[in-house]
Design a protein. Structure first.
Lengths: 419, 419
């Protein structure tokens, strides 16, 4: 009998009426013949309340106590969903992280899952019981203390549990009905994708962030957990709720996508990130080790640099341009100003009004010319490209922010993504 | 180094400001040289909210899930108090029932403590750490599931932990400053008692119920845990907070009381219970087994009968009078009406406007005539005594409810309890 993991977030369990609705989703899958494990978040707003209390009690709170306090939110919803399931005739019991156990390291507040023990959980499923797991939490076994996985950790819990149970699928119920070719608020012709490869989903993080935590996608990729993003808002008994393809987006490995398509799509989606900033260091003497002397101090300051472009002019001087999160912009400039004496650059320029637009698709591996077609299309619209980076399945363009929507719409049409 | 258990109820931990106040109480005792374990309830109102959600999800909720949900309330306050203690420089950590472990049976919702493992807890105290325990909860080890002890269970947790840790004292912080000779709202001259014997406290349950759960007193008696009822409302740093005798009432064994008094008090307090009802079965044929034919059916209906008086008249007929909780009055009458054919009584009478007034004191063991003095004093006030029962340390009178206050004041003066 196939096993299924279903994950519901905070808005889906915000009150008893919604918890009852979740129970009906679970009932549908049980009646369809699945063994079901459900992973739940805390009621929406609850985690913030608990975190607020910790901070009020002490700005320098012990993260182990924070975990004990905050993990209580999922404990409540796991118990309540088990009650609601029993009420409609579906045998169920709640499982706290320490009961499974879901073993983690001791990085309280942002712990990493080491191992999910599937033995007792699997036996419960085999006995015909639905397992309702408190998401977001685990236990550090040496100390015997509760840990939490950090914000959005319930997605990660769900994928880890699915891997341990060798589940056929991990369904992530959310307030959108899947992953789109791009943001539908920017491009009205954006289409919901039926399938996305794990690698693509990681690159589409800026689109997918609201849908799925990046860490959970990494974990799904490593353990090959087919992860299905679907809407929690549809009627649990509606016909389309029964047909998986119509209900959401499946994140799976490349082979499964290839097998289902006669001819693979070259481009899967267009992502964009507006919270990028650009810094250029101009007129640096072009000698070996100059890049290291810029980027090592930035790394030491925990500033993540993304795109890097270096252009050398004939006069022996070079310009170094890179992007970074806008939040780190001022701090990075301060770090570089201190280096003016050692690096001896002519000018430090910066701009926060820039956007990174990315064209993503596993089909790009076998298709040349994807980037060059974009150059032409963007140029035709008068959009200047400040920098370009490419990976095997992605091309990113740094452009002026005011052209974001125009660029996204242009590329969306160019690669045949319009519905 | 002497160990101390301190217990704080829901109003004492209702918000962060009050939790900080609790932390100051704990700090005072740590600085006085104690090793301290603290037991906390959930924030006031929180348990009711959680119970309400369970009932809303299903009127027939699984009590094991109820326990998982409801136990989260104490989890939150234990973590927050540990944070607040660390904030003021007192090393502390939270302990959930399953972490200690506090082992219970599997009577979910009203579990009984089987054993408190004092090993890890004791080691933590020896290392100089304050242990903050979530009250009201434990674990059923065979199933690995969370249990709760039933309403007011945190008092029981505190006493059980004190017994396991061989604590010098278990301090119960509450919204009154101790146990009084009688209800101060009825007798303005009521005095706070410095010491009460365990046996007396059990008999004074009707006075003490608001102060201390009966089960916790039984447990304290069995394990000889000196239990100190004191106010959570005083300033933690006030001079009287440091002097135990001035701050509350000590519940302890008889020997300790005897040792501290030159001449023992005969009567310790006057208790009264207004929620009693009386039923009389008149004109029953006086033959062997007649009492059994009345009381066995009542016991089968789970009706607890308290005082029983049987009076036989010369004509071979008997009257049976007994008291019971007012809540069971109508049900008991219905049970007895069904027996009219078999028991063949002449008349079934009942009255809910009755009160049981009790005179309590371990000194009564060695002093005769306590009851007879009361007869005279009550008669002088025109108070009719409907029934009397006595035990080694108690005399109870059943009277008309309208005379309650007069009777209590009369007895309070009679036995020299007025301040």
């Amino acid at each position: 009998m196939a096993r299924l993991v279903m994950k519901f977030g905070g808005t889906s369990v915000a009150n008893i009426e919604r918890i009852r609705n979740v129970a009906r989703h679970v009932k549908r899958e049980v009646e369809a013949g699945h063994q079901v494990a459900v992973v739940v978040s805390a009621m929406s707003g609850k985690t913030n309340e608990l975190v607020g209390w910790c901070k009020e009690a002490s700005p320098l709170y012990d993260p182990a106590e924070y975990d004990a306090v905050v993990a209580s939110g999922e404990q409540v919803t796991s118990g309540l969903l088990a009650v609601a399931l029993n009420e409609i005739g579906i045998p169920a019991r709640s499982w706290q992280g320490w009961q499974v156990p879901i073993r983690t390291d001791d990085a309280h507040g942002a712990a990493r899952i080491l191992d999910v023990d599937g033995a007792r959980l699997g036996a419960a499923l085999d006995s015909g019981q639905v397992a309702v797991l408190a998401g977001f939490q685990g236990i550090h076994e040496e100390s015997g203390r509760i840990t939490t996985l950090g914000r959005g950790g319930s997605d990660t819990s769900a994928v880890a549990v699915a891997a341990a149970l060798k589940a056929e699928r991990c369904d992530i119920y959310t307030d959108v009905d899947g992953v789109y070719t791009t943001d539908p608020r920017v491009v009205s012709k954006a289409r919901r994708l039926e399938k996305v490869a794990f690698e693509e989903m990681l690159e589409m993080a800026s689109l997918g962030a609201k849908v799925l935590q990046v860490r959970s996608v990494e974990l799904a990729m490593v353990h090959n957990v087919r992860t299905f993003v679907r809407s929690s808002l549809i009627d649990p008994d509606a016909p389309e709720a029964h047909v998986v393809e119509k209900a959401g987006t499946l994140i799976c490995d490349e082979e499964e996508i290839m097998a289902s398509q006669m001819e693979s799509q070259v481009v899967t989606g267009i992502a964009f990130a507006k919270d990028e900033a650009q810094i250029s260091i101009r007129g640096v003497e072009d000698k070996p080790g100059i890049a290291a002397s810029v980027f090592i101090p930035l790394a030491d300051a925990h500033i993540n640099v993304d795109m890097i472009v270096q252009t050398t002019s004939a006069d022996g001087f070079t310009d170094i341009t890179f992007t970074l999160p806008t939040a780190d912009f001022e701090r990075a400039k301060a770090v570089l100003e201190k280096l003016r004496e050692t690096i001896k650059f002519r000018e430090l320029q910066g701009d926060t009004e820039v956007t990174k637009v990315s064209v993503i698709g596993i089909g790009m591996r076998s298709h040349a010319g994807v980037a060059s077609r974009a150059f032409g299309a963007l140029a035709a619209k008068g959009i200047n490209i400040r920098a370009i980076t490419t990976s095997e399945i992605k091309v990113s363009f740094l452009i002026d922010s005011e052209y974001t929507e125009l660029a996204v719409r242009t590329l969306h049409s160019l690669y045949g993504l319009d519905s």
